[in-house]
Design a protein around this ligand. Sequence first.
Ligand SMILES: [Zn+2]
Length: 201
Amino acid sequence: MVLAVIGVVLFLILVLVAIRIGLNREVVQEEEPATALIHASGIYSIVRRNPREELLKIRPSEEKIRKYLLSQNEFVEATQDGLKEIDVLIERWNESLNRNIETIEQGDKDGVEFYFYEFTPVECPVCLNFFRKGNFVTRQQIFHYPRIIPPFHIGCTCCIIPHHGTESLKDTTELGMRPLFLNESPPPLPDWKTINKQPVL
Ligand SMILES: [Zn+2]
């Protein structure tokens, strides 16, 4: 009888141990994909993940932009010129979106840690109400807040440029090189519905 009880107790202990091992294994498996995304770079561990998917989720689609532009008084007559202007604005939007994502894709290959804002071919009057040329962000901030990747609004001429220097921009005294973030979260940025027609020549 006693032997039987001991046998049952031992069996239960073995079952518990087996369950425990099984649980630990599951936890380890869950953690693996997250650690695979982290690449040690300099003194920082930067999470680099292609921002395309996240950015496309938060930016309006081409159809949404077209619909919005067609609802605006300045385009509502839908004259030949108005429709052409809408096409140009959408083309520029797509170009800018792709160019900025490609800049980050290339930057990730090169190990870029900082990016700064630039305007091309001309300064964007809408963005100038929110930040300045030369304001910089870290790759980590881009990972956490993909919405800091331009274009910010229709007709936006803002783009990001990789910073290839070895010095940390956080310590730089270079004129105009200031962080975009004043605290943990990004500052207000333009509403995508604000139209800058200036670059349409
Ligand atoms: Zn802009």
